[in-house]
Design a binder for this molecule. Structure first.
Ligand SMILES: Cc1ncc(COP(=O)(O)O)c(C=O)c1O
Length: 453
């Protein structure tokens, strides 16, 4: 392939993929850094051709699958992804003739799901948590595996277990950083998602000099930072190898988002939330000493995260009004939102362990599972009935006539079911609750489930 990195003339977009001859930029941070001596560089991964650090991984996994004969012309890819790997796979797939199906959590930012569709990906939306949890019942990972097992046309590259994920960073990110800092890097910092970045880059840098400190940064439990995983989520992640890192550190959402805002406003660096998180972790752990040279991975830029910004900075980035103007929600929207919030109360939900106990009693609640029929068939709580949320309005006659009936609504993660509680209450049902954490929580607590034969 013709690639002239000095003139930046290429035969194909794939020539732009980074390596030590064509590295993503390292930019020194000047204004947000709390140090006098320690020098901090950001490695700007959105300079990859499809906008994120994951382009390296997508390209390396596809190359490996082609070389091993697993991926041949005419085959299709299926990959669960919180977005960036999907975007990379979709575009490299488009360039090479492989289509992509991607099962995704509905909690993934709308921007990423929309762009994936725009790129031609078959997006299958699931009621799953923000990061797909291996083994979770409706998990994007389980769904993709099933597709790959049952349909020989599909190949799952599985970024969560594929050694070519850290391998991509061992071959490119690590050598780039070593060359760009002239071997001077002393600390390498990355956010933890699949852990491909930290494991592969860290391993390469440590092989060059045992003195490089490798620091992994993770968010808190229940976080709202797309692409990264809390310690509990990391426990299920195969490429998480904490014994190969010098330390890991937690950063809470507020620290990450506040620093992300400062990076954009004070450094003019268009970094996204997980970049703010990684940098905050660096500031928490690295001492201010002469000779320290820190490289922090900035995985992608802010443009994919409008909805996250609206949530974390409602004063600066208010949501649109219904009439399309953008100076914040209209009075009526606020009124309706408040009304909805006020209608919810703590007696509306029940913990799954309590629900399990109640099911053993004489007055067992009727469980209405509002997930899709397909998800329900796969796994459900014995004795439940299934009325998918989308059909609920049309199938209300299937509910008991007696408005005193004890009813518990169940969904994947307890989000949709809360809204259905309000719908049933508005129809006069007085004894209706939602199962906290949904079927995911039920399974996590190892409570009994059943499957359609
Ligand atoms: C935005 C973002 N930040 C950080 C990461 C973490 O990278 P890794 O999966 O290599 O640990 C990812 C990975 O998906 C990501 O998309």
């Amino acid at each position: 392939m013709n690639k002239d990195h000095t003139l930046r003339v290429y035969d194909s977009i794939l020539g732009l993929l980074s390596d030590s001859d064509n590295p993503t930029p390292l930019v020194r941070l000047n204004r947000v850094v709390p140090f006098k001596h320690t020098v901090v560089y950001a490695k700007l991964e959105w300079y990859n051709p499809f906008g994120a650090v994951k382009d390296r991984v997508a390209s390396n996994m596809i190359r490996d699958a082609e070389e091993s004969g697993k991926l041949t012309p005419g085959k299709k890819l299926v990959e669960p992804t919180s977005g960036n790997t999907g975007l990379g796979l979709a575009m490299i797939g488009n360039a090479k003739g492989y289509s992509l199906q991607s099962p995704l959590s509905i909690a993934i930012p709308l921007e990423k799901r929309t762009v994936l569709r725009f790129f031609g990906t078959d997006v299958v939306e699931l009621d799953d948590t923000l990061c797909p949890a291996p083994g979770a019942p409706e998990g994007a990972i389980a769904r993709a595996m099933e597709t790959a097992e049952n349909d020989p046309d599909y190949v799952m590259l599985n970024q969560y277990e594929n050694e070519e994920n850290p391998g991509a960073h061992y071959k490119t990110t690590g050598p780039e950083i070593w060359k760009q800092t002239g071997g001077g890097v002393t600390h390498f910092v990355a956010g933890l998602g699949t852990c491909g970045t930290i494991t592969g880059t860290g391993r390469f840098l440590k092989e060059q000099s045992g003195g490089v400190n490798v620091i992994g940064v993770h968010p808190e439990d229940g976080h709202d930072i797309p692409g990264v995983r809390s310690l509990r989520q990391l426990a299920q992640t195969k490429l998480y190898r904490p014994d190969e890192y010098d330390r890991t550190v937690e950063v809470v959402d507020k620290e990450a988002y506040d620093l992300c805002l400062r990076l954009n406003r004070e450094e003019s660096i268009i970094a996204g939330p997980s970049s703010g998180m990684a940098l905050a972790g660096a500031f928490k752990t690295i001492p201010d000493e002469p000779g320290n040279v820190v490289v922090v991975i900035f995985p992608d830029n802010i443009f994919k995260y409008a909805s996250s910004m609206q949530r974390h900075f409602p004063d600066i980035c208010p949501a649109d009004k219904k009439d399309g103007s953008s100076d914040g929600p209209g009075k009526n929207d606020i009124y309706v939102d408040r009304l909805m919030e006020n209608l919810k109360n703590k007696y509306d939900s029940v913990r799954v362990t309590k629900l399990h106990d109640e099911l053993k009693d004489g007055d067992r609640p009727l469980i209405v599972d509002v997930r899709t029929a397909e998800m329900f068939t796969d796994i459900y709580i014995e004795g439940s009935i299934n009325i998918p949320m989308d059909d609920l309005q049309d199938r209300l006659s299937e509910l008991p006539e007696d408005r005193e009936t004890n009813i518990v609504m169940v969904c994947g993660i307890g989000k949709f079911s809360k809204n259905t509680v309000l719908l049933l209450k508005s129809m006069g049902y007085r004894n209706v609750r939602s199962a906290k954490g949904g079927i995911n929580e039920w399974v996590r607590k190892k409570l009994p489930t059943t499957k359609a034969k």
